[in-house]
Design a protein around this ligand. Structure first.
Ligand code: G6P
Length: 615
């Protein structure tokens, strides 16, 4: 989704801005632009398509500004075009704005401003911000510009992270946020403004996370922050522990493949120091202050979007199985508008890789409004969701750059295992059972590594991809705890190879999807050994009887399945409770190889965004 980078300092701004935008590319975008000062006048350069184009354009410009703002746009209002690309300016061209988020009352504001003589040139919601600031500024006498920004933002409904240049104050960037992420990177006599830490990391690891409803005036040697109610705020500098290596491809052709292969490590990071073998429980210090609530909890709601929602479904199985506490899983976008029922002794868990997903954030706020304790399972440290939850557990998967989530998903499941174990031990799961489960959990990184090193299995996946990449429909079927894995497999394929795929509980396919089966519609079954194995074999037979090709993910040593299916991918043996973290791997790799053969943009699939900061 839209990305913002701003720079003020001693360096040439263009290379810093371009480098920052490239680091934000993964968020998804369709056009890009820059605004800077030339002889105290604002100039803008915009392109559609890739940042490389913008880099080329800037390369032809002789100016060497030391200050500028830049943006990658993910279209919401108005098609992707040079006109609609940010930065947007006011009538006089003295104010330039880049924006991430959505201005919900932009129609009313646009009409109001048009009636007051402002001329709009784009279809975007963002343009109203530039004109509104201009209008407020011109309406006051001797009004400092930052006050005009504040006045304008008070009229705005919706979400925004913005960076603004004003040609009468060409030594500074104004930055403000409400609902969309924005941080300031603090270097030596230089500052960066960015939507995400990856954009500033090359220059500094010291950041100031802007709080909701704050406005910053950023000069090369100073920063002043206040709330929109004019209360001054002392900037709090935090050190981020990201390294540049973590946000580079490290020899892999795609970030997605790199991230798939990182899973042995990321899974281990998700449980390091958190498993207490002696007592057969999980040690989750982040939740410590809420242990009493968790002991008394009578129902949990888990809410999330996309892949994180699939992890939530696995969490439902795990928590209900281990703790016998009822769990409801809800899409955050549905939860937030449903007037959800949350009673005393109930709690909410939100799951988000980015920690910025607008619907998940709104669901979290709704749950808090209703007085429920809200816990987070988040990857990005310092993100809005991480900061607004009452307590939580970081998954520590490191930066996930590929838009299609892979390592974050398995790590979310790992953390849900820990939460289920902790709750289980509070609600009757025995110590002996806990000890056994911990031993199985600890084997997972090793089993994942074993699978990823198996040339023949990876080769089988590649061959399956070559055989079926032309198919236009796939079914993904699983049962029990592996049903959400089927959903995730189908989502991965849709996201990166643009092939239609549906995930279903295997038994449910008889009630509709089986009508789709023909020789060109492969069905991918998760058919590992568990109590439902025989049932899933019957479902495989049903597809075979109708001439559909069957691909099975099965447990090593299962020879029977060979005879029943066209292709088998073997995964190492593990207990069903941890199996989703293993069966997910062939799902990710199959989608990856099909996408590569089909020639799609694996890391930045069309129309998708990594961090969905609009609802
Ligand atoms: C977007 C991403 C998905 C992700 C979903 C939820 O759609 O493309 O990969 O699963 O948002 O994101 P979150 O950051 O909240 O987990």
């Amino acid at each position: 989704m839209c990305g913002i980078v701003g720079y003020v300092g001693k360096r040439d701004a263009f290379p810093v801005l371009i480098d920052g935008l490239k680091r934000l590319e993964y968020r998804g975008y369709d056009s890009a632009g820059v605004a800077y000062f030339c002889n105290n006048k604002i100039k803008t350069v915009k392109v559609t398509g890739f940042i490389k184009e913008l880099e080329r354009e800037l390369g032809n410009i002789e100016d060497n500004p030391k200050i500028g703002i830049a943006h990658t746009r993910w279209a919401t209002h108005g098609e992707p075009s040079i006109t609609n690309a940010h930065p947007h300016t006011d009538c006089t061209g003295k104010i330039a704005v880049v924006h991430n988020g959505i201005i919900e009352n932009y129609r009313a504001l646009r009409q109001y401003l048009t009636e007051r003589g402002h001329k709009f040139t784009t279809d975007t919601d963002t343009e109203v911000i530039a004109h509104l600031i201009e209008d407020v500024y011109n309406g006051g006498t001797d009004m400092p510009f930052w006050k005009a920004i504040r006045g304008a933002l008070r009229e705005v409904e919706g979400t925004y992270g913005i960076a603004v240049l004003f040609s009468e104050e060409p030594d500074r960037i104004f930055a403000a946020r409400h609902g969309s992420p924005l941080l300031i990177g603090a270097g030596e006599d230089e500052y960066l403004v960015a939507s995400d830490a990856a954009a500033v990391l090359r220059y500094t690891n010291r950041v100031i996370y802007l709080d909701e409803g704050t406005l910053a005036t950023v000069k090369a040697d100073s920063i002043v922050i206040s709330t929109l109610d004019a209360e001054s705020i002392t900037p709090k500098i935090e050190k981020i522990s990201l390294s540049l290596n973590e946000i580079e491809k490290g020899g892999f052709p795609h970030f997605m493949l790199k991230e798939i292969f990182e899973q042995p490590q990321t899974l281990e990071n998700a449980f390091r120091g958190r498993l207490n073998l002696e007592e057969g429980t999980a040690r989750l210090n982040g939740l410590k202050d809420y242990f009493d609530d968790l002991k008394d909890v009578e129902r949990l709601v888990i809410t999330a979007c996309g892949t994180s929602w699939h992890a939530a479904l696995i969490g439902e199985y795990l928590i209900e199985e281990l703790a016998r506490v009822p769990v409801d899983v809800d899409y955050a976008s549905e939860f937030r508008y449903r007037n959800p029922i949350i009673k005393d002794n109930e709690a909410v868990i939100v799951i988000s890789q980015s920690g910025e997903t607008a619907d998940t954030l709104a669901a979290l706020r709704e749950a808090k409004r209703q007085g429920a304790p809200v816990f987070g399972i988040v990857n990005v440290v310092g993100s809005t969701i991480a900061r607004e939850t009452d307590a939580g557990v970081y998954i520590h998967a490191g930066p996930e750059i590929g838009v299609a989530s892979t390592k974050a998903f398995t790590s979310q499941v790992m953390v849900l295992e820990e939460i289920a174990l902790l709750l289980g031990r509070m609600h009757g799961y025995s110590m002996a059972q806990g000890v056994d489960l911990i031993k199985e959990i600890k084997r997972v990184p090793e089993l994942v590594e074993l699978f990823l090193k198996k040339e023949d299995e990876i080769g089988t996946i590649r061959k399956i991809a070559e055989k079926y990449y032309m198919c236009n429909n796939f079914l993904y079927l699983g049962r029990g705890i592996n049903f959400p894995v089927a959903l995730e497999g189908a989502l991965k394929l849709k996201e990166i190879s643009y092939v239609h795929a549906e995930g279903y509980p295997a038994a449910e396919m008889k009630h509709g999807p089986i009508a789709l089966i023909d020789k060109n519609t492969p069905a991918v079954f998760i058919a590992t050994e568990d109590p439902l194995y025989d049932k899933i074999v019957s479902n495989i037979e049903e597809i075979r009887a109708r001439g559909g090709p069957v691909i099975a993910v099965a447990t090593e040593g299962d020879e029977q399945i060979m005879e029943l299916t066209d292709n088998v991918i073997y995964v190492p043996q593990a207990v069903p409770l941890v199996m989703p973290m293993i069966t997910t791997l062939p799902m990710q790799l199959l989608a990856y190889h099909i996408a590569v053969i089909r020639g799609t943009n694996v890391d930045q699939p069309r129309n998708l965004a990594k961090s969905v900061t609009v609802e």
